[in-house]
Design a protein around this ligand. Structure first.
Ligand code: GRF
Length: 202
């Protein structure tokens, strides 16, 4: 499965996916890393790993639809079959999401459906939950509301602040995302009629 990873920043999840994909039996090939921010730290790492990169500065496009069209053209040109969002901090037009329906996933730093949007660790601390975590889900037009592929939970510990919680969860993100991508790319999980169908042997 030909995969593009979309990033906006440091790209630590991207790094974990690139590393996982170097295993000979891994079912996905990372062929493109694209960012809407030319200064994204992850781009240099991807280049160093020999992966094609594209920086599409969203500020250079007059509107969301034209940025999305340019990005879509890059994905099509690279023969991308699955789009993996990893810290991509830009909302897509509904048309783009529909074009990639069932073929685009995201990782979100909470146990969805709790705590959509930003500042999820602050939201979790404010709510007083004792478990928090991360979720890999298919992308649908509604933000952070898509069908869930995989989750990992971590305890909220006494004395945690948003940074300590984020760091504990990030460790789990780096384990979870390569596994979730392998499930999908290996044909063991797929989206059908708005639900994730898992193979019997999962
Ligand atoms: C991660 O916490 C991810 O869950 C969220 O944005 C962060 C990206 O971090 N969507 P990185 O760029 O992968 O290091």
């Amino acid at each position: 499965t030909r995969v593009a990873i979309l990033i906006s920043g440091r790209g630590s999840n991207m790094v974990s996916l690139i590393e996982a994909a170097t295993a000979p039996d891994y079912p996905a090939e990372i062929v493109l890393v694209a960012s809407n921010r030319p200064e994204a730290g992850g781009l240099a790492h991807a280049e160093g790993a020999g992966i094609a990169t594209r920086a599409l500065d969203h500020r250079a496009y007059p509107d969301r639809a034209s940025f999305d069209a340019a990005l879509n053209a890059e994905l099509e040109a690279a023969g991308i079959e699955l789009v993996v969002l990893a810290g991509f901090m830009r909302i897509f037009s509904a048309g783009f999401v529909e074009a990639w329906a069932g073929r685009m996933i995201n990782i979100h730093p909470s146990l969805l459906p709790l705590f959509r949007g930003v500042h999820t660790h602050e939201q979790a601390l404010a709510a007083g939950v004792r478990l928090h975590g991360c979720t890999v889900h298919y992308v649908v037009p509604e933000l952070d509301a898509g069908p869930i592929v995989a989750q990992a939970a971590v305890p909220v510990l006494p004395g945690d602040d948003a940074d300590s919680l984020a760091a504990r969860i990030l460790v789990q993100e780096h384990r979870l995302y390569p596994r979730a991508l392998a499930l999908i790319a290996g044909g063991r999980a797929r989206l059908e009629d708005g639900r994730v169908i898992f193979a019997e042997d999962v």
